[in-house]
Design a protein around this ligand. Structure first.
Ligand code: ZN
Length: 212
């Protein structure tokens, strides 16, 4: 694995308060893994700095993407600098049940899964017009789970009402699915760096890998 970044000197206790950051805008997030390479979650650059300072980074992937300047060491008058890498493996390993958790079903996550398209008419509509439709209606015993919800525009949702797609004569354009944790990480971050994206793509379920 690529080398570990040397520990900084005299770094302020709260990096967000005292540090000066050289970084692209908007600030990318760091992808955090456990020491075995299991994907955990996105992490803010401030939290990533804390990992470096605590000597908890065991290996990294990708070219440095954020440079953080810390305080001066009184003895040497040298300023501490940390170069954050886009993918960071932290000391320790995740508990098995913490791996690949099921992503929470929220409207932003649902709309992202469906690429902000209405799953009935196929139109891309403004966010304010997007709704969560229960394919098998709740009133008929349908559940509020990933496999039973789709993105629908207001017009299609009200037209469908409390009916199934078959009853309403409104076939679905795609079968709803529960995103894997990796898919969720891709969908929930709009500013993924190239190194992070290629790493995440290599961990996608095989059937949903983009043809590249
Ligand atoms: Zn529609």
């Amino acid at each position: 694995m690529p080398g570990q970044t040397p520990l900084p000197i005299a770094f302020p206790a709260d990096p967000a308060a005292g540090a000066r950051v050289s970084v692209l805008h908007p600030k990318p997030r760091v992808l955090c893994l456990d020491a075995q390479g299991h994907i955990l979650d996105w992490m803010s650059w401030q939290d990533a700095v804390c990992l470096y300072v605590r000597d908890a980074v065991v290996w990294t992937l990708g070219e440095p993407c954020i440079t953080v300047h810390g305080g001066h060491n009184r003895a040497s008058d040298r300023q501490s600098v940390i170069e954050l890498h886009p993918i960071v493996a932290a000391r320790g390993h995740a508990k098995p049940r913490a791996l690949n958790p099921s992503p929470a079903l929220s409207n932003p996550a649902l709309f992202a899964r469906d690429a902000y398209l209405c799953m009935y008419c196929g139109r891309e509509v403004q966010r304010a017009q997007l709704t969560r439709d229960h394919v098998h209606p709740i009133s008929r015993g349908g559940r509020d789970v990933w496999e039973n919800v789709v993105t629908a525009c207001l017009a299609c949702n009200s037209r469908k009402g409390g009916r199934t797609p078959q009853q309403a004569g409104m076939p679905l354009l795609a079968v709803p699915f529960r995103p894997s944790w990796v898919e969720h990480l891709i969908l929930s971050n709009r500013h993924i760096l190239a190194d992070q994206m290629s790493f995440l793509r290599s961990h996608l379920p095989r059937r949903r890998r983009p043809q590249a």
